[in-house]
Design a protein around this ligand. Structure first.
Ligand code: NDP
Length: 319
């Protein structure tokens, strides 16, 4: 084996709550896991502020701090955590081949994919400026902070419809900014929105700018394509719900995925269509997308990997 090639029992790709939880379980099962963190070590939670819905933190915790706790726990239990980006994979034979930073090759008996997903953003400079300070891509995570206030949400798919109705229960008023003259969401979800008294749908409307005082959001400038009029919505929160993109591009030629790129796993397990390759967290979940559900599937992936290896060793022993 060349200097730049290494054989491991369990390779974990990605370092959000799913990856770290898989690492904790895999370490305790003596799989001696090696984790490559990806470019954004800690994942999406490192870009949020307060997390109040993760059990075990009675006073809430900052997202980056929580991911640091996860990392320390995985490291203490023996995970070899490395900064690096997986650039390609070859799942054509066992052990699986994974190339890191286009230079190092890892031969892995099992691979746990926990590369997550990224929220799509509008791409406005002001959106970036106030991200975490009034701008959020997760109503379930951050809606609570806007209790009794007026907020806006952009998007017209099922996520936007679901999140708008969620926000309407907490907030005084919800403006829903829809870029076309109609929803993309299912009829049932759309009707739920239209029958909620404190949601006002603004059709044919574009978001132009998020306004703020330098510290936090205090308004959103929108433009109606129908009336050609500009208007400022007095809101303190702005939610973006225009879809997510799973970070699964490098696995495209190997793993079964849905049309958006979410990896398909066997129901009730984290097993993909390739032997010894497991997937957990947001890379395979477009429905729940919560830190706690990601952690849960991370635990499942490590148990699935451990049982797969044990079954293989047992078969070899019988031969
Ligand atoms: P979708 O891709 O379905 O919808 C994205 C929405 O965002 C569309 O209405 C789109 O507008 C709008 N949009 C995209 N870009 C922009 C932009 N730059 N400015 C303004 N608006 C924009 O994503 P979702 O996250 O809603 O859903 C993803 C998948 O998950 C879907 O298959 C959905 O059915 C499913 N889902 C199911 C749920 C359930 O069953 N409970 C809950 C949530 C999601 P336009 O329509 O004009 O293209």
């Amino acid at each position: 084996m060349s200097e730049n090639t290494e054989h491991v029992k369990c390779l974990i790709i990605g370092s959000g709550p799913a990856g770290y939880t898989a690492a904790i379980y895999a370490s305790r099962a003596d799989l001696k896991p090696v984790m490559y963190t990806g470019m954004l070590a800690g994942g999406q939670l490192t870009q949020t502020t307060d997390v109040e819905n993760y059990p075990g933190y009675p006073n809430g915790i900052m997202g980056p701090e929580m991911m640091e706790d996860f990392r320390k726990q995985a490291e203490r239990l023996g995970t070899d955590i490395r900064f690096g980006y997986v650039s390609s994979v070859d799942f054509s034979s066992l052990p699986h081949k994974v190339v890191v930073d286009e230079s190092k090759t890892i031969l892995a008996d099992t691979v746990i994919i926990s590369t997550g997903a990224s929220a799509k953003w509008l791409g406005l400079e002001s959106e970036q400026k106030y991200s975490g300070f009034g701008v959020s891509a997760c109503a379930v995570c951050d809606g609570f902070f806007f209790k009794g206030q007026d907020v806006a949400i952009v998007g017209a798919g099922d996520t936007a419809a679901e999140e708008a109705t969620y926000l309407a229960k907490l907030c005084k008023k919800v403006y829903m900014i829809v870029r076309r003259h109609e929803f993309r969401a299912s009829k049932a979800m759309m009707h739920r929105v239209l029958n909620t008294h404190n949601i006002e749908v603004l059709y044919n409307t574009q978001t132009q700018e998020i306004l703020g005082d330098g510290q936090s959001v205090n308004g959103v400038k929108v433009f109606s394509n129908k009336t050609n009029e500009e208007r400022t919505l007095d809101v303190t929160g702005f939610f973006v719900a225009i879809g997510h993109q799973p970070n699964t591009e490098i696995f495209k030629n190997w793993l079964d995925m849905d049309a958006t790129g979410y990896i398909i796993t066997k129901p009730g397990s984290t097993q993909t269509n390739i032997e010894g390759v497991f997937c957990c967290g947001d890379a395979q979940d477009h429905i729940y997308r919560q830190a706690v559900t990601a952690a849960g599937t991370g635990c499942m992936a490590a148990i699935d990997a451990e049982r797969y290896l044990a079954a293989k060793e047992h078969t070899v022993a019988l031969q």
